[in-house]
Structures are given as structure tokens and as C-alpha cells.
Design a protein around this ligand. Sequence first.
Ligand code: KG4
Ligand code: ZN
Length: 344
Amino acid sequence: MGKSIDIVLAIETSCDETSVAVLDKGKVRSNIISSQIVHKEYGGVVPELASRAHMKMIVPIMQAALDQADVTLKDIDAVAAVYGPGLVGALLIGLNFGKSLAWSLGIPFIGVNHMEGHIYSVFLEDEKPEYPFICLTVSGGHTDLLLVREPLTYELLGRTRDDAAGEAFDKVAKMLGIGYPGGPVIDKLARDGNPHAIRFPRSYAHAEHYDFSFSGLKTSVLYYLRDKNVLATNGKPVAQPPLLLDICASFQEAVVDTLIGKTRRAAAEKKVRHIAVAGGVSANSRLREAFFDAGSADSFKVYFPRLEYCTDNAAMAAYAGWLRLLKGEISPVTITAVPNLNVA
Ligand code: KG4
Ligand code: ZN
């Protein structure tokens, strides 16, 4: 029998975070994240700059993760790395580094789907959802409503037909000229605004299906800004408080209403009592608050990752990779980066 797989080192380089984590039997020993700031002045991630920063950071970040976990490479039982979805040049840095590391150490390698990592970010906490559960994954590129009947098995209930929820935050922030990424900035400004000041649309709120759409909302915000003459000029904000705060709060409320409406209906119809919310947008303070309120009202249990595990990190990839390794899965050395990838 082979050695049991306890200590997993995982690498995440799918976008603009270089992250390496070490987990021991699913418990986080270290999770080092280096967020690239070079993209800020461009208002979005520049792929080539992301790849270069990953190249520079991968070795020191791995060393920091090993040091903080108080292990050396000899202690590692397996290596995991995200192979998609994401920027292909960015993914290749972490993936090829991980494959080479596993090969040189003579230990198994597992490629991890970034979105599966997000789903399992909630399992990094002591209190874990019970199967079956509904998972809403809301990130910069995805908005998926899934039924997770058993470990690593997903049934797609609905997804966005256009923009992802995080993308909507980023685009609205750009129209307001308040910086990138937009989610955290809007979250902060919205705290002092009135969420009922402007009635932005809630797409598909009454539709039978579980799909989402955020491009109508984005366009509605654009028309509103044009109408009030407060569209950002040369990337600089024109809208000022209190109007700016009300726009942020009202836009955010429309996103939150839409996400919660579909998710609570899915839980009721599928007779599921546990709901997990993951991905960058799950860091949103209003979304978290509103989900816990809905949970108390409908008596379902809600699980969010802590903030460190909401946005991209390697700990979530380590957990998902570990589950796959325990099932006996190992990725072939031929595995390569896949820019577009879904879990279902
Ligand atoms: O999961 P993530 O870190 O990367 C992707 O896989 O895309 O998600 C990034 C997205 C961005 O669109 C960012 O604006 C959004 O998550 N985000 C937030 C918040 N923090 C990050 N959106 C709303 N509120 C936040 N507090
Ligand atoms: Zn992500």
C-alpha cells in the first residue's frame, strides 16, 4: 500500500494572486497570498503582467508557505495546482511548477478546477455543510447555482447568461471611476448609502428557471449615470456622496436580492437545508448579512468561508485536490491549462 496522503502543498496562479498553501488532513497549516498590485493603474488584470509577477513570486511564496507550516519539501505527500479556469499564461506558471515539483519529489500530482476549489473553501472551516447542499459560487468570472448531492458531484441548477456577479461589481465601479477590483470598494461605500434610493432591475426574478443575468442591471446603472451626468471621466469619479453612496447601495441591493431570491427558492424546491456561498463576491458584507437573515426566516443553515478564503487562495485548491487524491485520482503529466472550465 502507498503512503497515506496527509500533507498537500497547493498552488493557485489562475489570475492576479500568487498563492501557495500547505494543508495537513484538510486543516490549513499555511495559506500565503500575494496579490498583484501592478494591474491597478490599468483598471483590470493585464495577462502578461500577471504571468511575469507569478514567475517572480512562485518560489518565495512557496518557501514562505513551507516555513509558516513548519515543514520542508520532504514532508509533502502530494502537490496540487489549479489548471483552469483562468488566464492561460498565468495558470501555466503554477501548473508547470507544481507538476515539476511533484515529479522531482516522486509524489502524486493533482490538477484542480478553480471553481471546485471555491466550493470547497467552505470546508476549510470547522463547521461544514452536510450533503446534499446548495452552493452559490459567485466570482469575477462565474455565477453558478449548484446542487451538491455528494462529494465532488455537481448538478447545475442555473448560471449567469451574461456577466458574472463579480464582473458586474467591477464594471459598475469602472463607470463610477472608483477603482479596481470594484467589489470591495462598492461594498465599503454602500454601507453609508440608502439601498432603496434607486430601484435598479432584478433580472429573471419571477422566471421559473434558476439562471441569472446581470448585464441589464449594468446597463440600467449606465443609463442612470448618463441621465444624472455623473459617468466617470478619464477614470476619475464624477458622482459624489451622498449620491455615490446611494448608487453603490442600490446597485449592490439589486445583486444581493437576485442572488438570494434564486438560492432560497432552489433550497425550498430541492428540499435542501444547507446552503454554501463561495467565490470573491461571497466576501460582500451585505450579501453575508442578507443570507443569514434569509436563513433564519426560512430555517436553512448558511455557510460562508472566512474572508481570506472567499477570494482566490491556494488553501481551497489544496482541500479540493486532497479530496480527489483520497479517491485515488492522480493527474497525468500531460495535464495542461484550460482557460474555460466548469464543474457542471
Ligand atoms: O473569486 P475571485 O477572487 O476571483 C475569480 O475567480 O474571479 O473573485 C473576484 C471577484 C471580483 O469581481 C471582485 O470585485 C469580487 O470578487 N469581490 C467582491 C468583494 N470582494 C471581491 N464583490 C463584492 N463585494 C466584495 N466585498
Ligand atoms: Zn476565484
